[in-house]
Design a protein around this ligand. Structure first.
Ligand code: SAM
Length: 225
């Protein structure tokens, strides 16, 4: 009962509006290897359009924008607080080939086949219908192009979670509570690699590849339209 309520709260827009800044402050150090890895996976040359769904403060969006100056990046998020935070970071870094807008992963506000790559990190477990969200990612992707979906791995062991936890440094995280929350609310109500592959297959993606990083308990699924 309590767990279900907390999972509902975890996925609510008001939660991201209120507590997004705390997540943003902690997550970059925890996930920088994953962001770097995914930025390398999106190896597009020349002018291209790239979409980040559930962009948060835009860490991966801005990394891609900085690495690929000829690309045009769009980050969407359903939380206005998150969109504003991303926009502030974009301005502070002086990045011009990137924009952030409000939007819901369930109904992406873009035409079919519009993007040359679509990425989403840590967002699909929050979507009310992840299958529909993955199908939306495929819809806006141009034929032959790749989507990269990464999410907390529900099969992460307690030992790996404890290692990951060491990356969260704020004084207000009390270890036993943080471990319980990560185990039962974040990772426990997420997806396995196989489940995300199943979403991608159901959405109609063709070739599907999976990856994992030794230091980061996230699933990475790369799927081609
Ligand atoms: C765990 S954060 C990940 C943010 C970012 N991708 C990162 O790696 O730092 C999840 C983000 O997904 C957004 N989100 C959740 N549900 C969404 C939905 N249905 N449509 C769009 N964004 C959503 C939240 O507002 C939040 O910013």
């Amino acid at each position: 009962m309590l767990k279900n309520l907390l999972v509902k709260a975890r996925d609510a827009r008001w939660m991201w509006d209120l507590f997004g800044p705390i997540y943003n402050q902690q997550i970059y150090n925890a996930l920088f290897e994953l962001y770097e890895h995914i930025a390398e996976e999106i190896n597009l040359d020349g002018p291209s359009k790239i979409l980040d769904v559930g962009a948060g403060r835009g860490y991966i969006t801005l990394l891609l924008a900085a690495r690929r100056p000829t690309a045009s990046l769009t980050g969407i998020d359903f939380s206005a607080t998150q969109v504003r935070a991303a926009e502030r970071l974009r301005k502070r870094r002086g990045i011009e080939n990137c924009r952030f807008e409000l939007g819901n992963a369930m109904h992406l506000p873009f035409a079919d086949n519009r993007f040359n790559a679509v990425v989403s990190v840590g967002s699909i477990k929050h979507w009310p219908d992840p299958k529909q969200g993955v199908a939306e990612m495929r819809r806006v992707l141009a034929p032959g192009r790749w989507a990269v979906i990464s999410e907390t791995d529900s099969e992460t062991s307690g030992k790996a979670l404890r290692r990951f936890m060491q990356r969260f440094t704020a004084w207000y995280f009390w270890d036993p509570l943080l471990f319980w929350g990560l185990r039962h609310i974040i990772f426990g109500h997420s997806f396995s690699q196989q489940e995300i592959v199943t979403f991608a297959r159901a959405a109609g993606f063709g070739e599907i590849r999976t990856q994992k990083l030794p230091t980061c308990p996230y699933v990475i699924v790369k799927a081609q339209k």
